[in-house]
Design a protein around this ligand. Structure first.
Ligand SMILES: *[C@@H]1O[C@H](CO)[C@@H](O)[C@H](O)[C@H]1NC(C)=O
Ligand SMILES: *[C@@H]1O[C@H](CO)[C@@H](O)[C@H](O)[C@H]1NC(C)=O
Ligand SMILES: *[C@@H]1O[C@H](CO)[C@@H](O)[C@H](O)[C@H]1NC(C)=O
Length: 540
């Protein structure tokens, strides 16, 4: 064995179960021409591909991904929905990792510990995501733990989302110059194309799994298949009650997977993705579900989307997503064996998003604080006790006076204890739909509502079988409430999944910690960690 490989294996073994398989990837990130909307533009490619390569792995696999940054800007990838157990070192966001400088590389090493399902990776810095660099990350079950549905004949992965003709630098300039938000998108893509989407090919009578992730910058979408029903079987790594839907709403940053049985006349059927709640850009992308051997298209119009006039339909659908209490997830014990509804919460955070101009530029904020990326990642500042980077507990945990109040810039980190059980309410006081994501966790979405949240709303919570997921939408001028069991020590990003709002400061970090230092709680800093800012040159 070459010494370099031996060393790599040694390093990897030190952070993961030695019995679990390793998968190695070398990814070179470059600019390259793409033309998803017909005209050529500069894309961000991984190994020449847009979207990036699809990772297919199995629960508990160790993924070793060497990312070589050949862009002209610092770069990071984050692994959306991969919990990085005890290992926020590998989360790949500005608060945990130094960016990979142009011309340099960084090797991510992480495990898909106890996870199963449909996930994605994407660039986390500088609106790079607007130019590509994203891809699918599908985690399949171990043979010993069956999924709670008959194994499908095959599966299809659909990365859907809005797209701009303008590049990431131009979009960034727009926001940096003070624009209130990104302009309406120019198109909607399915796996990087709009005009001639690839066929999803299946056999008559067989059942297929469709994995759909919204990798767009901001717009919610609705997904449907002409003449076919969608049986929901996975929501961001957990197994819901298998309801049947005509169509499903998927908001920015979210994933769902559903089964489709090819039990209709053997024809071609439209797979339709359309924008939701986006009057300024009413867009559609159409793919094809092709029955093998079919020679004609199903007659009739494309299936219509759900009503656009109110949020009622969408909110009711969200409430219909329920955890299947008897299904196992990635582990053999039933999901419902954790009785989340009986646990007393240790604290409540009510996080109100807002936006306002500071010095002529629009910023987005949480409880009046707009997040500014520090020169030293928070995780490193914490590890090395570097002063004056982190504002510990400076974020008010209740709203501070509504949308009109002036904003303050900061780098807030909320300190929480390992194994706390916390209620978080996301309050939306604006007219646009929000989407919130928490790294390192999934959480139970116990309620969605209109208007201002009050403690009375707790009486309406679903404390029995609420859907567990990692990204939740918050309807305009409404609220969403989650419960989260803080069992994963680390520095975790809580952020808007609406990407202009994230870029403009609608994010913060949670530090989940215990004074008992132990590798069984958290791994130590990786020996290859890039050190930058005030941590540059310090020993690993
Ligand atoms: C960069 O890649 C080389 C192999 O090409 C590897 O040995 C090295 O560890 C990588 N650097 C980091 C920081 O991961
Ligand atoms: C969007 O366009 C479709 C036709 O392409 C139309 O049927 C639908 O009513 C439009 N929706 C909105 C909200 O404008
Ligand atoms: C829940 O999961 C079980 C597997 O434990 C499965 O047999 C059952 O069909 C699922 N129930 C629903 C309503 O989806």
């Amino acid at each position: 064995m070459p010494p370099a490989l031996a060393l790599l294996l040694l390093l990897a073994v030190s952070l993961a179960g030695a019995d679990d398989p390793y998968r190695y990837f070398t990814w070179t990130v470059t600019y390259g021409p793409i033309a998803p909307l017909g005209t050529t533009q500069q894309g961000i490619l991984i190994n020449g591909q847009f979207p990036g390569p699809r990772i297919e792995c199995v629960t508990n696999d160790n993924l070793i991904v060497n990312v070589i940054n050949n862009l002209d800007e610092p770069f990071l990838l984050t692994w959306n929905g991969i919990k990085q157990r005890k290992n926020s070192w590998q989360d790949g966001v500005a608060g945990t990792n130094c960016p990979i400088p142009p011309g340099a590389n960084y090797t991510y090493k992480f495990q898909t510990k106890d996870q199963i399902g449909t996930f994605v990776y994407f660039p986390s810095l500088a609106l790079h995501r607007a130019a590509g660099g994203f891809g699918a990350l599908n985690v399949y079950q171990r043979p010993a733990i069956p999924v709670p549905y008959p194994p499908p004949t095959g599966d299809f992965t659909l990365l859907v989302g809005d797209w701009y003709k303008a590049g990431h630098k131009e979009l960034r300039r727009t926001l940096d110059a003070g624009a209130p938000s990104l302009p309406p998108p120019d198109g909607l893509l399915i796996n990087g194309v709009r005009s001639s989407p690839p066929a999803f090919v299946g056999d008559l009578g067989k059942t297929y799994l469709f994995r759909v992730s919204n990798v767009g910058l901001k717009v919610s979408v609705n997904v449907r298949i002409q003449g076919h029903e969608l049986r929901l079987v996975e929501v961001e790594g957990t197994h819901p009650v298998q309801n049947v839907y005509d169509s499903l709403d998927v908001h920015a940053g979210q994933s769902v997977a559903f089964l489709v049985t090819l039990d209709k006349a053997p024809l071609d059927y439209a797979v339709v993705v359309s924008t939701r709640f986006s009057p300024a850009a009413n867009l559609t992308a159409v793919g094809t579900l092709h029955y093998a051997g079919a020679t004609a298209r199903s007659p009739g119009p494309l299936p219509a989307g759900p009503p656009e006039g109110s949020f009622e339909w969408s909110m009711n659908q969200a409430r219909s997503f329920r955890w299947n209490l008897t299904a196992s997830a990635a582990r053999p014990n039933p999901q419902g064996s954790f009785h989340y509804g009986t646990i007393t919460t240790s604290r409540t955070m009510v996080l109100e998003s807002s936006s306002a101009a500071i010095a002529g530029r629009r910023r987005c904020a949480v409880n009046g604080v707009t997040f500014v990326v520090p020169d030293t990642p928070l995780k490193l500042a914490d590890n090395y006790n570097i002063a004056n980077v982190i504002e510990w507990d400076s974020l008010p945990l209740r709203p501070t006076g509504g949308g009109g109040a002036p904003l303050r810039a900061g780098t807030p980190v909320v300190r929480l204890n390992l194994h706390e059980f916390v209620e978080v309410v996301f309050q939306n006081t604006e007219n646009e739909l929000q989407s919130w994501h928490l790294d390192g966790y999934d959480f139970w979405v116990v309620g969605y509502g209109n208007g201002q949240w009050t403690e009375m709303q707790r009486q309406t919570y679903n404390l029995v079988d609420a859907q567990s997921r990692h990204t939740v939408q918050v309807y305009p001028n409404g609220w969403s409430a989650i419960l989260v069991s803080l069992d994963n020590q680390g520095m975790w990003n809580l952020r808007s999944a609406i990407w202009d709002r994230q870029y403009l400061g609608q994010q913060l970090y949670l530090r989940v910690w215990t004074p008992q230092q132990s590798f069984s709680n958290e791994y130590s800093i990786p020996t290859n960690a890039i050190l930058c800012g005030r941590a540059a040159g310090l020993p690993h």
